[in-house]
Design a protein around this ligand. Structure first.
Ligand code: C5P
Length: 233
């Protein structure tokens, strides 16, 4: 694998970490990204992978407006390695990413987007999506769907979907910065809300490269996910 390095002109990859959700499906008063997973809060573990990655030159964390100061305090140890900005998020995840993107330094040529609640991302996976985005402009990581998939309407099966070409998508996703900005601007203008960044890029007619994700790169959403994650940490 070619090594991805911070470039001499400055480190040219920026990471946007949306962490502005309320954690409604988790319950409790503290948003899940601030819950602890031994040995640290989820957001710090996640952001740490990006701060330590040799290609990452800046990080933007998008926090709930009520938790910006808390996130700044939490992430202070990482700022020794790489500049970390914390900005307030929006109503939908997509709004949060758009606001994060606006805070990405102009010199960044590739932007990664990674959910704060996926703390088991690895250096190798980050490198793989950066390399794919450098080559193809847009890259996601995903795994083939293992379960049988059915469309269900009102508690009855409507049809069984052929899963042979279905992949379940994870983050990080990586894009040429100009392409991601264009995709977000168009979605915003059109009032289109997608469930990941790649969808917005697909709407531009741009091909999105898929690299293999990791089983352990789970998204912590429910209390059961948090129990699983604590057992793994
Ligand atoms: O809600 P979901 O589990 O899809 O959230 C994925 C990531 O997006 C989480 O890290 C969450 O904090 C973030 N998010 C956000 N702004 C929102 C909603 C979710 O940054 N309005």
């Amino acid at each position: 694998m070619t090594e991805v390095r911070r470039e001499a002109s400055g480190r040219s990859v920026a990471a946007v970490i949306p962490a502005a959700g309320s954690g409604a499906r988790m319950g409790g008063r503290t948003p899940k990204q601030f819950r602890r997973l031994a040995p640290a809060p989820i957001l710090l573990l996640t952001a740490g992978h990006f701060a330590r990655h040799p290609a990452i030159g800046s990080i933007v964390v998008v926090a709930p407006a009520t938790h910006v100061r808390r996130a700044e305090r939490l992430l202070r140890p990482l700022a020794r390695r790489v500049p970390v900005a914390v900005v307030p998020g929006g109503r939908e995840r997509q709004d949060s990413v758009r606001l994060g993107l606006a805070a990405v330094p102009a010199g960044a040529d590739v932007v990664l987007v990674h959910d704060a609640v996926r703390p088991f991302v690895t250096t190798a996976l980050i490198t793989a999506v950066i390399e794919a985005a450098r080559r193809d402009g847009a890259a996601i990581c995903a795994l083939p769907v293992k379960e049988t998939v059915k469309r269900v309407v009102d508690e009855y099966v409507e049809t069984t979907v052929d899963r042979s070409a279905l992949w379940a998508v994870q983050t990080p996703q990586a894009f040429r910065a100009d392409l991601l900005r264009e995709a977000h601007d168009k979605a915003h203008r059109d009032g289109f809300v997608g469930t990941d960044e790649a969808m917005l890029v697909e709407r531009l007619g741009h091909r999105v490269r898929v690299v293999r994700g990791l089983e352990e790169n789970i998204k912590i959403t429910t209390p059961a996910d948090l129990r699983k994650a604590r057992a793994r940490a």
